[in-house]
Design a protein around this ligand. Sequence first.
Ligand SMILES: *Cc1c(COP(=O)(O)O)cnc(C)c1O
Length: 379
Amino acid sequence: MLRLKEAQAVERLHPPVEEPAARARLTVDLDAIGRNFAAVRGALSQGAASAVVKRDAYGLGLVPVVRSLAAAGCRIFWVETFEEGLSVRQVVAGARVFVLQGLAGRRPQDFVEARLVPALGTAEEIALSARAAPGMSVAINLDTGLGRMGVLPDTFREIAAGSALESLDVAVLMSHLAGFSEPDRDGNRSQLALFQELSALVPDALPSIATSSFVYAGPRWHIGLARVGSALYGVHSARIAGYHSEPVIALDAPVLSVQGLQAGSSLGYRGDRIDEPRRIATIALGYADGLPEAFTDRCSAFVNNRRVAFVGDAAMTTTCVDVTGLADTEIRPRQRVEIVGPNQDINDLSGALGINPNRLLVAFGLSTHRTYQGGAGHG
Ligand SMILES: *Cc1c(COP(=O)(O)O)cnc(C)c1O
């Protein structure tokens, strides 16, 4: 067995090299994220913009993303967990950091010490915080119609009539709108009206209700603090006029091999027979890289800007594309094949698959090797 000391010596002799690995690669354009944040600010008729960087910044990498947002002037962040909050604090010393999970079983005092602000979502969390850490800064999450997380309206009216809120510094009152893909939906307007009625009970708290779609859906939604995720990362959360979010990611995968198959050969797990000779390139992209079901049936890849079809099914680490129409010089081992890029962005793929673009983004981001572009100092 290799003991730790020996293992460390081996490490020194053979440091792990960051090769342009024979793996799918996600390139994140940090400057584009900064520009998308600036566009959000420009679109708001009033109020401030904050960035949602939950789940490792939608899979794109918490630290580099937060750094580029801070460089673009962002000072308020929303994370999923306490641990993510600590990371943001380390990167941006003066940041205001809200934890969407709320206490999630931690002591209120932990948040005070870490200078993180929990988004309290139950009457119990509010009571516990008021008792255990009087004066602490909190956000309160109100459920105005999503039925997911947050204090229900009647419960909140009771709380506001009592004394618990007097022992807390309620910095933000937030709520989440259900119909993000159709901002004009009636349900959103009822939620907004209810939210405004409830926020009037705590006039000193900053109201926060708009997410990406609502930033671009007109001034009625621009109250207090907008919490924006998708629009920072190139995701169009609603198909509405004026929605702006430039592409942020590119995903490509290297060719591992190119093979000629004869007519009558079988291809893939389903054993499909081919009628004519074909040239097939195997690329290092599989379901372990976050490809959803049906990806190879409904989407294409691009080689030198030319569309190529997937053939067979995605395996764990490989898929195949049909390159019969390409010249020998156009397709060689190690060459990179575009999955997301200038020819098809994450929103196009989402449309072809009928799934939420964020689902694709986070799957690719958390599964593939990430590299960064722009964002001076850590490229
Ligand atoms: C994820 C999230 C957001 C961001 O929504 P986008 O549509 O991605 O802008 C805002 N608020 C809460 C509570 C969230 O969970």
